[in-house]
Design a protein around this ligand. Structure first.
Ligand SMILES: [Cu+2]
Length: 305
């Protein structure tokens, strides 16, 4: 969070830094005075008690006015940072909708109709409005470099602005404990150049590629027969399953299980053989696939670019 990449996160970090500096100055002054008084006025043998006095008006005014002004200054900075990190929405439609599930994320782009999971592509250099929802318990969406942290509350959509000043990749997390695999509920954000983003969006809107080899064809058939399609949607196939991530373009994602394993043929096979071993407590059951079935499904998923 100390490397902000957007005006929204920069406002938050600037406020944090200013608060830290002010607090450090106060700490040094107060402890300095205490140490000075302890040493200077300590009792020494043969010396009378130091002169006592009460109710010094100047002192009272000084130590009331300085903290008061410090707090007013902090309040002004805070209000300023709140405005900068969370500007008004003014009826704008969200650019991206993210829905937290135990323990992964749905990512939707209402304007184009793209649906994906766990990896968010955004065009760099533009402020984007995110609508944040939850399908089950309270989650918290936090990509520290791009914007403010925001709770995802069931039945209560929240909003947050995110931006990336430049094309780059970022890491985000679920920041509200939400169950066994909360720690493996991670987010990858890829900020693309506007052209690369348009290309990505176009590719995500394509229907899933039809299987091209016999193994992939067997995999596609297994996918339909083994109830996978009750939980997972693949664009162009029947059904609108929502219990698990959309797999239409699975091969275009870098990781599986919200970051728990790399999306390589080996990683995919490990996941399919027993997702409960890779991410214990996640909501995909062990489908008890044979090695041959796993292999065919891997071949099939590799074609879903
Ligand atoms: Cu969560």
């Amino acid at each position: 969070m100390f490397q902000p990449s957007s005006p929204f996160s920069r406002a938050t970090v600037d406020l944090l830094n200013a608060t830290f500096v002010l607090s450090a100055v106060i700490l040094v002054i107060v402890t300095g005075l205490v140490i000075y008084c302890i040493l200077r006025f300590r009792s020494r043998p043969e010396q009378p008690e130091p002169r006592q006095f009460h109710g010094n008006k100047t002192l009272e005014i000084v130590w009331t006015v300085i903290p008061f002004l410090s707090l007013v200054w902090l309040l002004a900075l805070t209000v300023n940072a709140m405005n900068a990190s969370d500007p008004p929405r003014q009826n704008r439609e969200p650019d991206v909708v993210v829905i937290g599930h135990q323990f992964w994320w749905v990512v939707r782009y209402p304007k184009s109709g793209v649906v994906t999971a766990n990896e968010i592509h955004i065009p760099a250099g533009r402020p984007l409005l995110f609508r944040l929802e939850s399908a089950d318990v309270i989650h918290d969406f936090w990509v520290a470099q791009l914007g403010r942290k925001m709770d995802m509350v069931p039945e209560h959509p929240n909003f947050a602005w995110l931006q990336s000043d430049r094309p780059e990749e970022y890491h985000g997390v679920c920041a509200e404990f939400c169950g066994a695999q909360h720690a493996w509920m991670q987010i990858r954000v890829v900020a693309d150049s506007p052209e690369a983003f348009a290309a990505w969006e176009k590719q995500q809107l394509e229907p899933a590629a039809p299987p091209a080899t016999p193994a992939a064809e067997r995999g596609a058939r297994l996918f339909q027969q083994m109830t996978c399609a009750n939980c997972h949607a693949i664009r162009g196939l029947p059904g609108e399953a929502k219990a698990g991530p959309d797999l239409s373009h699975l091969a275009s994602r870098k990781t599986l299980g919200a970051g728990v394993v790399e999306n390589t043929p080996e990683g995919l096979a490990r996941w399919l053989r027993n997702p409960q071993k890779v991410k214990p407590g996640n909501l995909m059951p062990n489908m008890l696939l044979t090695d041959a079935q796993t292999e065919d499904l891997v071949r099939y998923f590799q074609t879903l670019k």
